[in-house]
Design a protein. Structure first.
Length: 400
């Protein structure tokens, strides 16, 4: 017993920058390590036992391994160290969270994304969703890259749960959460969530006003360098990342979103027409400066793509999803121009140019929507279920 204890303690003492303290409050544990290198998320009480178990697993088996020093890893992963940990239990403290160090089998660690996805799927209450946001912070603290698809999923689920305030909170802390609007997938999901909240309420005054304010906050947040600075990826990945990262402050759909909401407020609820005039002027300038006519032409070409030539269904559905995203961007611009024209009439800024952009956007949008009737089909010609297609068509109906 003495030799095991000495061996265990010596392994712990060799850990760099780790302090060893006696723990007099937990009689079952003889030692507590305080690790200054990072912190584990301190979760709020979850709504059900299943979530409590998942969150404990997330901290202990998804995040904790990334915080361990080399000596601690040897202690935790080696089978021969199991007896040492059982003979002299040890705790480790990261931030405000203290966990027991337990033997871990590298080959049986839980899948990071699947564990996280289960947490998201089980979340129901405001506290549960706050814990989801803290999971993102936990990934960042542990140096684990939360893939774009994970971040998009979180934004989408928060929107569906009517937790728009948490979306904003996550975006206000990009360094802590790792969620940035320079990521095109994240940006599109954020814009979609704001638009849909107002549209699905049939443009009710209260909801549209809230989303108008949030749209303006998002535009302001994009002035933060963290939200428009493009990270330099490793050379071999630059082409891949360049396709999804960028400075999107002048992107037409970004400028169009607050314009659309201000115009809907003016049309349906007597909102500020001068604000609509200012925003629509900014939008038409953005369309001219960004070469939006060329962008519309490219979307039109994609609408005529023969997806039967794609190698597999996965590739086909990915193309359809991206095409739906492109069409949604066009939808916001079209609705912003159309509604602004109705509100302002002869006072519409750069009226002739605005009318041309509106007409072409409508043409491309309707052409694209028709293409969605035939695109998502399998090799036998049978329709494939795509939630993105349904959402695209539903969104159009709310703007007619």
């Amino acid at each position: 017993m003495s030799s095991i204890r000495q061996s265990c303690q010596s392994a712990l003492l060799r850990s760099n920058n780790v302090c060893l303290y006696a723990n007099g409050t937990r009689r079952a544990f003889s030692r507590t390590l305080v690790n200054p290198r990072g912190a584990l998320p301190n979760f709020l009480p979850p709504s059900k036992p299943e979530l409590s178990e998942l969150l404990s697993k997330f901290n202990a088996k998804v995040l904790l391994p990334s915080h361990l020093t080399k000596e601690q890893q040897k202690l935790v992963y080696k089978e021969e160290s199991r007896a040492k940990l059982e003979a002299e239990p040890v705790e480790i403290t990261l931030g405000d969270v203290t966990l027991p160090l337990e033997h871990l089998d590298r080959n049986r660690l839980p899948n990071r994304f699947k564990t996280f996805r289960k947490i998201v799927a089980e979340s129901e209450t405001r506290e549960d969703w706050e814990n989801v946001a803290r999971c993102l912070e936990g990934f960042e603290e542990a140096g684990i890259k939360a893939e774009s698809a994970w971040q998009e999923m979180v934004i989408r689920k928060l929107d569906e749960a009517d937790m728009h305030h948490l979306v904003l909170k996550i975006l206000q802390r990009p360094k802590a959460t790792g969620v940035r609007l320079s990521n095109l997938g994240v940006l599109r999901q954020v814009l979609r969530g704001v638009h849909d909240k107002a549209a699905l309420s049939d443009w009710a005054e209260e909801e549209t006003t809230k989303m108008y304010k949030q749209a303006k906050q998002i535009v302001e947040l994009m002035e933060n360098e963290e939200h428009h600075k493009v990270q330099k990826p490793p050379f071999k990945k630059r082409e891949e990342v360049a396709a999804i990262e960028g400075d999107w402050r002048g992107k037409p759909s970004v400028v169009a979103l607050p314009t659309e909401l201000a115009a809907m407020l003016a049309e349906k609820h007597g909102g500020d027409k001068e604000e609509v005039k200012k925003l629509s002027n900014r939008l038409v300038n953005a369309l001219k400066q960004s070469g939006y006519a060329t962008s519309l032409d490219m979307t039109s070409v994609r609408s005529s793509t023969n997806t039967d030539t794609f190698q597999n269904i996965t590739t086909k559905l990915e193309f359809v999803k991206d095409h739906c995203h492109d069409l949604f961007d066009v939808l916001i611009v079209w609705n912003a121009l159309k509604t602004s024209r109705k509100v302002l009439g002869a006072q519409m800024p750069m009226a002739d140019e605005a009318q041309k952009f509106e007409a072409r956007a409508e043409e491309v949008l309707m052409e694209g929507m028709r293409s969605l009737d035939t695109m998502p089909r399998n090799k036998d010609g049978k329709p494939l279920n795509s939630a993105f297609v349904k959402k695209a068509k539903d969104a159009l109906e709310k703007c007619r």
